[in-house]
Design a protein around this ligand. Structure first.
Ligand SMILES: Nc1ncnc2c1ncn2[C@@H]1O[C@H](COP(=O)(O)OP(=O)(O)OP(=O)(O)O)[C@@H](O)[C@H]1O
Length: 732
């Protein structure tokens, strides 16, 4: 008998246990927040232990990646698509790609041939098109106006005719150094921070931002040399899912761009070198997001000599800049320390920085109150980033954002816009703004064509597929509170017998007043043995900056388990170990739903739960949310390759009423009427509404109030009587 077989007979591994161990890796928890794993691809089966991750195309570019050819049923679509594809190939050929033939040579130079590029882009669900902004001039401008004011047939056809570009993907962070000459220090910082492989959005956007027209699959501008980085800039609009790593993508671009500019200026004679102030500007809608970007930027910029700062109340911009003592070589700059001086700078002191991160309002406040004016302070800005671009260009922030953009008058300004949701109207607005700005500044005269590109990762404007969505009907406000209590209570193992919702989680309400009211109602729901009221907090824009920062820090450290908030935290905020999101009040738009639920399941992590509670007042709005959930489930099934049990019953989609455009608009601007902070009076005016969130019925509350009044009356009377007795009045 084979002695080896005999010895191994008793070591029968329990298959179920082993598979559990593997899949446990993908369950997010607060504990994994400090650990950066390999990024899970959002659209593959990263969380499914039984399936292999997609192969790395760098090591396995032949045969293993199976790309399904699209089958077009409709003849007209067929023609349109094949035309587009044909043009894409044409354009790539013009750019220097030679399908099939170049494989060996190209691979030796770190370049892939056209087919490989196409496969990788398709595998990562990346679509890149040129919006051809610079081709609008003269009469074409009118057509553009039409696109902006409403999609005419001509403009719709024009949209369809966009050519899809086949770009060289960024296959590893190593190629940042080898292909794009990114500084060794920046590459090291990426490694130290634990970033091993680029995510989908980084894979697609970095070659567009760092490369030349050839890398982008565009026709090469004849006078652009291969290394002429500054002359081959494009503006980019990126739409990628929540938690997919957009911040890292634009930070790498800014840091590399500024290093390149400095290298160039350091090669000049000292007397010819210019001192520059802010050269890169990042706009974000909230202070919390600004802080987060700066923190990530500082970690990445460590030792590069590039300074990144946030704009705070009372700060001024120093025009003398911070690039005076720049050490161009990596070795020299390794001694730099993370400079946090600007954070502790006294109010009113000027800040010297290369990259400034701010909300539009804060920046405008500082620049307009300066004697120099906004344009003088921002005219050296070479890079403008709009993070959460759709909200920055939304009517609420639009004037401020466009005013900042207009003040960046440098001819080489490169703008990039980033969000998980950018609708067609915002896209048109951005595109027409680029064209108008360039025309006003006369930037296109005698210059090579300027391109505006759009990169879409996955399905546009949709929620990530790796979270479990649940729509819960709670009938009334009392019902919602009871349902939430049920989730908070330690015995509540599951939500609707499905995945459990365990702290830490976020609870979103429609208004600040409701967030405050809900917080005071739930304050004592967590038993003292578990930390009591310190485990639950409320965060909104009426709080001071320091209170907001300390609550954020407490939640990140895991000291706060339940954070009640408004849409202030719906966008961009990256809490890595968060287990779920509760939409206590339904979101005003489907876009906000996508962003709110995107606070969980980040970086492809599985296990996040998103619960949306709704009452009978909400029924007419719920289809917005239900449609997003249905699309997300479809995406999940597609990427898994099988149909998983739906969490959203199909009949519900049919039963819910359609949301009219008017209702959508009303909801977007003011939210559900019953929960607004003001109400209309009979004479047409407005009055503040008292916000109460309670499980007690109105009858019980009235009864209690009557009892309270009666007790107070008795106390008052008895106090008066005893006073009369003691004093006894004035005797004759
Ligand atoms: N290449 C990478 N490898 C591993 N983790 C990454 C990588 N890139 C980014 N991350 C991490 O992914 C998380 C989400 O990134 P980020 O906040 O930039 O997402 P986002 O796309 O901006 O999301 P949102 O749309 O919500 O703003 C962060 O914790 C970040 O550190």
């Amino acid at each position: 008998m084979d002695p080896f077989r005999l010895l191994s007979r008793s070591s029968n591994l329990d298959k179920s246990t082993s598979s559990k161990c593997v899949s446990a890796r993908y369950v997010p928890s607060a504990a994994d927040s400090g650990n950066l794993e390999e990024p899970s691809r959002i659209f593959d089966n990263a969380g499914d232990s039984s399936k292999k991750r997609k192969r790395n195309p760098e090591t396995d570019s032949h045969g293993e990646i199976h790309v399904q050819r699209p089958s077009y049923s409709d003849a007209s679509t067929n023609t349109a698509k094949s035309n587009t594809e044909g043009r894409a190939i044409e354009s790539s050929k013009r750019a220097g790609h030679q399908p099939g033939k170049t494989s060996e040579v190209a691979r030796n130079q770190g370049k892939l041939d056209l087919d490989d590029c196409k496969k990788i882009l398709k595998q990562n669900r990346l679509k890149i098109i040129s919006l051809e902004a610079a081709s609008f001039d003269g009469e074409q401008c009118e057509e553009r106006q039409e696109v902006f004011s409403g999609r005419t047939q001509a403009s719709a056809r024009k949209e369809k005719a966009h050519v899809q570009l086949i770009t060289q993907p960024l296959q590893s962070f190593d190629s940042l150094r080898t292909k794009y000459n990114v500084s060794g220090r920046l590459a090291r910082n990426l490694d130290v921070q634990g970033y091993r492989r680029p995510t989908e959005v980084q894979l697609g956007s970095l070659p567009l931002l760092l490369g030349n027209d050839k890398d982008r699959g565009l026709q090469q501008n004849s006078d652009n040399g291969p290394d002429d980085y500054s002359r081959s800039k494009v503006d980019l609009l990126t739409i990628a899912p929540t938690g997919s790593g957009k911040t890292l993508a634009f930070l790498i671009h800014l840091l590399h761009g500024l290093r390149q500019d400095r290298r160039r200026s350091s090669s000049k004679e000292p007397s010819e070198r210019e001192e520059k102030s802010v050269q890169a500007l990042v706009l974000a809608p909230t202070h919390e997001l600004v802080d987060q970007i700066v923190n990530e930027g500082k970690r990445l910029a460590f030792g590069t000599g590039i300074k990144i700062s946030r704009m705070r109340k009372g700060m001024n911009i120093d025009l003398s800049g911070s690039n005076k003592d720049f050490a161009p070589r990596d070795q020299e700059s390794t001694t730099s320390v993370i400079n946090v001086a600007d954070d502790q700078a006294p109010k009113g002191s000027p800040i010297k920085t290369d990259i400034l991160v701010s909300t539009p309002m804060m920046l405008l406040h500082a620049t307009t109150s300066s004697s120099l004016g906004t344009v003088a302070l921002l005219n050296q800005v070479l890079y403008l980033v709009l993070d959460e671009a759709d909200v920055l260009l939304d009517p609420l922030f639009r004037d401020q954002t466009l005013s900042v953009w207009n003040s960046c008058t440098h001819g080489s300004l490169q703008t990039s816009l980033w969000s998980a949701t950018i609708g067609s109207s915002i896209e048109s607005l951005a595109r027409s703004f680029v064209v108008d700005r360039r025309r006003k500044l006369g930037l296109d005269v005698g210059r090579p064509r300027h391109h505006v590109l759009r990169l879409v990762v996955g399905l546009k404007d949709s929620a990530i597929p790796n979270i479990s969505h649940q729509l819960l009907y709670a009938a009334s406000e009392r019902g919602k509170l009871m349902a939430l209590r049920q989730m908070i209570h330690p015995t509540a193992a599951t939500v609707r017998n499905q995945r459990s919702l365990q702290p830490p989680f976020l609870v979103f309400t429609q208004t600040i007043a409701r967030a405050v009211a809900l917080h005071s109602e739930l304050l004592y729901d967590i038993p003292p043995e578990a930390g009591g009221s310190s485990r639950i907090a409320v965060l909104h824009s009426d709080l001071s900056d320091s209170t907001r920062s300390s609550i954020m820090a407490g939640f990140r450290r895991g000291e706060i388990w339940i954070l009640i908030t408004t849409d202030l935290l719906a966008r961009g905020i990256d809490f890595r170990g968060i287990n779920g999101v509760v939409n206590y009040d339904i979101p005003n738009t489907s876009g906000i739903y996508v962003h709110r639920v995107g606070r969980t399941g980040r970086q492809g992590r599985k296990g996040g739960v998103a619960v949306t509670l709704y009452t009978k007042e909400d029924i007419k709005y719920v289809k917005n949310v239900a449609n997003v959930i249905a699309a997300s489930e479809k995406q999940r099934d597609k990427s898994q390759g099988f149909k998983a049990p739906a969490e959203l019953q199909e009949w519900l989609l049919d039963a819910l009423p359609d949301v009219s455009k008017r209702t959508k608009k009303k909801l977007k601007t003011a939210g559900v009427e019953a929960r607004r902070t003001t109400r209309r009076t009979d004479d047409g005016g407005k009055e503040a509404r008292r916000m109460r969130i309670s499980t007690k019925s109105g009858y019980d509350r009235r009864l209690k109030q009557k009892k309270r009044d009666a007790t107070a009356g008795i106390r008052r009377r008895s106090a008066k009587e005893s006073f009369d007795e003691d004093w006894g009045g004035i005797e004759d």
